[in-house]
Design a protein around this ligand. Structure first.
Ligand code: PMP
Length: 412
């Protein structure tokens, strides 16, 4: 099934505007995606018709809100093929989801001498929580090396064999790198981790809305992702956890809504997912996230992945023709996600982004929350074009023209 970006663009009101007198070209999807009308309507409908607090009410609006919220949980469970909706915990996003695991699981299981394994190309959100958890427990943090001067070789799989010892209690890795575009072999990582008894955590922020994702097929223990990068609202995300693991974990945040019984001195917890959702949850955004799942599944994530791949190949082809460009991540022709990071020797990424903005193009420039990786690559920053289902080859042509203009300006 192929995808018609022109037809899809009609569903996204924000795309139909001019920026600096030029039609907007939105190529900052790695930071956040745009929202289709159906998702915006779901938010408005909820606040106009159903808004109420969930779980604790017996009136009509509260029951509708509760049905909507729990329906969204079941919808997300189906989106990732979780065995049970109780394995889906709503959070604020990827960052909070990873922190919940690092604090709850880390506190319960990590001991001095243990190893937490991750990779050299994690987003800060999948690095700093493990630094904190390892430090608190007296455990050690180790890294799967990244191969190649431009990170083009991907993770060092031979080193992974050596690193995955029985001391490794947890292996946390990204599915898709937000800076390199590398797609990690997540099922293989999970299989190898399981062989030494390590728990796995997948940062799926950049992948979940872009390609099929089946937690049972992948065989992972925890998965973190954000609604806003998959056509859903900001402020809502998911922590998937295998039920057997969630049941043994204490909540990292406590308060109303998570308890069976409370005395002046103590409290007992409800089972997951409620145990991990203290306080009034983000009902409206959870419901709209369910709508985003409907939208993406109607288009088809296989088709979105094929479209991303086609755009990435087209962009690699166009951009590699520019003089002095250094493209980071997998080489042209190799599989990569729908994003391309690049750097010019004599033009700073912030100038690239500023010039592109003059041409109506939204790019991102900076360290992309990957400071250690930038240092390893010997770069201060890169510019990044990241694509999604509504982007077209014509937009990449406009990007290439804009970059030519920038290079001319700085050469002149
Ligand atoms: N991990 C990766 C790979 C990301 O790209 C991002 C967002 N840039 C995050 C984690 C953090 O996501 P959020 O800010 O939505 O929590």
């Amino acid at each position: 099934m192929s995808l018609d970006p022109q037809k899809i663009r009609a569903d996204f009101p924000i795309l139909h505007q001019q920026v600096n007198g030029k039609p907007l070209v939105y190529l900052d999807n790695g930071a956040t995606s745009q929202k289709p009308r159906a998702v915006i309507d779901a938010l408005v409908r909820y606040y106009e018709r159903d808004n109420s607090n969930v779980h604790r009410g017996l009136h009509a609006l509260s029951m509708r809100a509760t049905d909507g919220y729990e329906g969204a949980r079941a919808r997300v469970a189906k989106f990732i093929n979780a065995a049970d909706p109780a394995e889906v915990i709503f959070t604020r996003g990827t960052t909070e989801s990873i922190n919940v695991v690092a604090r709850s699981w880390g506190h319960a299981h990590l001991k001095p001498g243990d190893v937490v394994l991750t990779t050299e190309f994690e987003h800060h959100s999948n690095l700093i929580p493990w630094q904190q958890a390892a430090r608190a427990a007296g455990a050690t943090l180790k890294f799967v090396p990244l191969l190649g001067v431009d990170g083009e070789g991907g993770p060092d799989l031979a080193a992974l064999d050596t690193l995955l010892t029985p001391q490794v209690k947890l292996f946390a890795f990204t599915h898709v790198s937000n800076t390199l575009g590398t797609i990690n072999p997540v099922a293989e990582f999970c299989r190898r981790a399981r062989a030494v008894g390590a728990v796995t955590v997948i940062d799926a922020a950049q992948s979940i809305g872009h390609m099929p994702f089946d937690v049972q097929q992948i065989g992972c223990d925890f998965v973190a992702f954000s609604g806003h990068k998959m056509c859903g609202p900001t402020g809502i995300g998911v922590l998937y956890g295998r039920r057997a693991l969630l049941e043994k974990l204490a909540p990292d945040e406590t308060g109303g809504g998570i308890v069976v019984s409370v005395t002046y001195q103590d409290a007992t917890w409800k089972p997951a997912p409620e145990r991990f959702e203290a306080g009034t949850p983000n009902v409206a955004d959870a419901i709209a996230l369910g709508t985003a799942c409907d939208y993406l599944d109607a288009v088809g994530r296989e088709a979105i992945a094929a479209h991303d791949d086609q755009l990435a190949r087209y962009a690699m082809d166009k951009l590699s023709a520019l003089p002095g460009i250094r493209i980071i991540g997998p080489r042209a022709g190799s599989p990569r996600s729908g994003l391309v990071s690049f750097a010019f020797e004599h033009v700073h990424a912030h100038d690239v982004v500023t010039f592109a903005n003059e041409d109506g193009i939204a790019l991102r420039g900076g360290h992309h929350c990957n400071q250690p990786l930038m240092r390893k690559l010997g770069l201060a920053s890169t510019s990044r074009a990241s694509f999604y289902l509504y982007n077209t080859e014509e937009e990449i042509d406009r990007l290439a023209k804009s970059l030519e203009r920038i290079l001319k300006f700085f050469a002149g």
